[in-house]
Ligand binder design. Sequence first.
Ligand code: FES
Length: 145
Amino acid sequence: MSDGLDSLYREIILDHYKNPRGHGVIESADAEAEGQNPLCGDEVSIYVAFGEDGETIDEVKFSGRGCAISQAATSMLTEMVQGRTATEVATLDKDELLEEIGIPLTPVRLKCAMLGLTTLKVALHKAKGTPLPEGIAGFDELDLK
Ligand code: FES
């Protein structure tokens, strides 16, 4: 990747970190979960409201605190999943989010990037009563409830 493109992606990440989209709380959300990265203590809580069909993601918000990658990736995620179905997002390929982030990540940073996505998946599986899939990205290393 050229340096120019790399720095553009970095700027976008920083913008999401400073001006997070979908920041907040949904009272009486249809789905919610909290995730924490025990390595650093950073955390996100995710709230989802479904549309009338009880399946389409109508609104998604998050709150939390942590490193730029964890918070920016979660912000990007809220834009990415809006209007999609819970079933689709519960099995979203992590590469889709990684493409959006656009810069190569070390294994430690990868966990930061997966905090929001994993927490969202847990929220959706909990709401739908479906079992968490084996090998859900980062699941083993994160504290989720
Ligand atoms: Fe904690 Fe990134 S350093 S999630």
